[in-house]
Ligand binder design. Structure first.
Ligand SMILES: NC(=O)c1ccc[n+]([C@@H]2O[C@H](COP(=O)([O-])OP(=O)(O)OC[C@H]3O[C@@H](n4cnc5c(N)ncnc54)[C@H](O)[C@@H]3O)[C@@H](O)[C@H]2O)c1
Length: 398
């Protein structure tokens, strides 16, 4: 059993607590910290947490605490992490790890020097569907991964600091693109180097400095491409979708709006439906178990088991650093309107992978391009002649 200090009791602190204290789990939040202190006290009472404070240092240095969870606004992650390193506590930090790659590298360096366990709380790679999909990809079900698409869109975040670039580090891209980027990496291979980014980011609707809508493409050294779509202007709930496309298969995941659970109601109860749902009447798309659908229980199981078993979790601060570096390149590209290099001062994956197209032999004289069964039942082949390079078509019997 681990005793945990939770810093921040907002939306994510609540989801984390619901996950950690549910289903007779053994790890407990022992101290909780938020401002004003009354919010920490109310939260502690609600979730049966023995101690509360508004003083971050006090929560981190609590003698009984082994693990600190950072669930604070983005601009406070670095200070909290450095304080926890000093106190030699193990650290789990929510996304994004930091405001930018430079800051992320600083905290990565700090946890490694302090020798404490570090986990990057990127829940969306831990949803049951995503874990299964990653497993299938790793087992070769989709062949060589060529393209991933990850989309997160809703009507905008729920606290003032998100909307202020100085406190958040950016807009929709920093807030949600970090999820999409890490989902793409998880399917393409986290040891494959992301090399270039191209990004469009605009403030389409909201009166803010940061972007409320962005689309990015991330090129990987092996030729794979990852497409990231984020918006704070999307109406109708929270759109969370992923797609993977490879030489042998395709995966489509819908996590929120179309999960196979549809309800019609006149709205007479006015009750909460699910995160970022905009209406409580008409046809609704509730989510059966939000914390599971978002991956939190599997994430904490991996984190705390890894800590106990002295191994690395699926997501570490190093992954958080790579994600911050990719986002920095996206912002550079949004300004320059060009492909920008992803500056990974620290790279621990493979180097020099090429994106060779694999040619499939049909016979001694042809490569196979494609085979298709036509409406008349015949099989049509597209072939490339090895000697001339000409493309030819041919019908064959089944
Ligand atoms: N899916 C996810 O992983 C996910 C979802 C939402 C938010 N987040 C991340 O979690 C972090 C917090 O987001 P949120 O939505 O919970 O924000 P929020 O505004 O709902 O809550 C922020 C919390 O931090 C506390 N806080 C602020 N300043 C403090 C200080 N100086 N000392 C102590 N406590 C302080 C507030 O009292 C509040 O409890 C952000 O980094 C955000 O990006 C992650």
């Amino acid at each position: 059993m681990m005793k945990i200090s939770l810093l921040g009791t907002g939306l994510i602190g609540t989801f984390y607590t619901m996950s950690l204290h549910a289903h007779r789990r053994k790890d407990v939040i022992h101290t909780v910290c938020s401002i004003p202190e009354s919010s920490a006290r109310d939260f502690a009472m609600k979730y049966d947490i023995p101690k509360y404070t508004e003083n971050m240092k006090e929560a981190i240095e609590d003698d009984e605490t082994e693990v600190v969870i950072v669930a604070l606004p983005n601009y406070l992650h670095k200070d909290a992490i450095l304080m926890a390193c000093k106190a030699k506590k193990h650290i789990l930090c929510t996304k994004p790890l930091a405001l930018n790659a430079e800051e992320a590298r600083e905290v990565l360096d700090a946890v490694e020097k302090a020798g404490v366990f570090h986990g990057y709380l990127e829940d969306l790679v831990y949803t049951p569907k995503t874990l299964k999909a990653i497993d299938m990809v790793n087992n070769g079900s989709c062949g060589r991964i060529l393209w991933t698409r990850s989309r997160e869109a809703h009507s905008g975040p729920h606290s003032a600091w998100f909307w202020d670039k100085k406190q958040s580090g950016g807009g929709a891209l920093v807030d949600m693109g970090c999820h999409c980027i890490e989902i793409g990496r998880s399917f393409i291979g986290k040891d494959i180097k992301p090399v270039e980014a191209m990004c469009w980011a605009e403030t389409q609707v909201k009166p803010i400095e940061a972007e409320d809508h962005a689309i990015a493409l991330i090129k990987y050294e092996n030729g794979a491409i990852s497409q990231v779509e984020v918006s704070w202007n999307f109406r109708g709930g929270m759109d969370l979708r992923d797609e993977v496309s490879g030489t042998e298969g395709t995966i489509r995941l819908d996590h929120w709006l179309r999960t196979g659970f549809e309800v019609f109601t006149t709205g007479s109860t006015g009750k909460y439906v699910s995160e970022k749902t905009e209406s409580d009447s008409g046809w609704l798309f509730p989510v059966g178990d939000e914390v599971h659908a978002l991956g939190y229980p599997h994430m904490f199981t991996d984190m705390l088991d890894s800590l106990e078993q002295n191994r690395q979790p699926r997501e570490t601060f190093y992954d958080g650093y790579v994600v911050n570096a990719i986002m920095d390149a996206c912002y550079k590209s949004a300004k320059s309107k060009k492909w920008e290099n992803i500056d990974l001062v620290v790279w621990r994956g493979k180097e020099g992978i090429t994106s060779n197209v694999e040619l499939i032999d049909f016979d001694d004289h042809h490569f196979l391009i494609k085979k298709e069964k036509m409406p008349d039942g015949k099989i049509k082949l597209m072939l490339k002649e090895k000697s001339t390079g000409s493309i030819v078509q041919k019908y064959v019997d089944e």
